[in-house]
Design a protein around this ligand. Structure first.
Ligand SMILES: [Zn+2]
Length: 85
C-alpha cells in the first residue's frame, strides 16, 4: 500500500492498485471528519462503507497512476512482438 494525499482536502489514505480498474483505498482514522465531501455524503445518509473515495481523492489517485507514483501491483503483460506464433 502507498500513502497518498487528497489534493483537495489533504486527507491521507493508503492506496493499493491491483489493476487499472481495481483500486483499494484504506482510510486512516475517521474519513467523515477529515474529508469534507465524505462528511457531506455521510450527512445525506450514505453509509461510509458505501463511499469508496471522494472525487478529489480519486482524481489524485488517477494522477498518481499517470505520474507513475502509484503502480499496479500485478505486473502488466504486454504482447511481445515475435513471440506470439
Ligand atoms: Zn477529499
Amino acid at each position: 500500500m502507498r500513502e497518498l494525499k487528497c489534493g483537495t482536502c489533504g486527507t491521507r489514505v493508503l492506496v493499493e492498485k491491483y489493476s487499472p480498474t481495481h483500486t483499494s483505498v484504506q482510510w486512516q482514522g475517521d474519513a467523515q471528519s477529515s474529508c469534507p465531501e465524505f462528511a457531506r455524503r455521510a450527512a445525506l445518509g450514505e453509509p461510509s462503507s458505501a463511499i469508496p473515495t471522494c472525487h478529489a481523492l480519486r482524481d489524485s489517485i488517477e494522477r498518481a497512476v499517470y505520474d507513475g507514483v502509484l503502480e499496479t501491483d500485478s505486473p502488466r503483460s504486454y504482447p511481445v512482438a515475435g513471440r506470439l506464433g
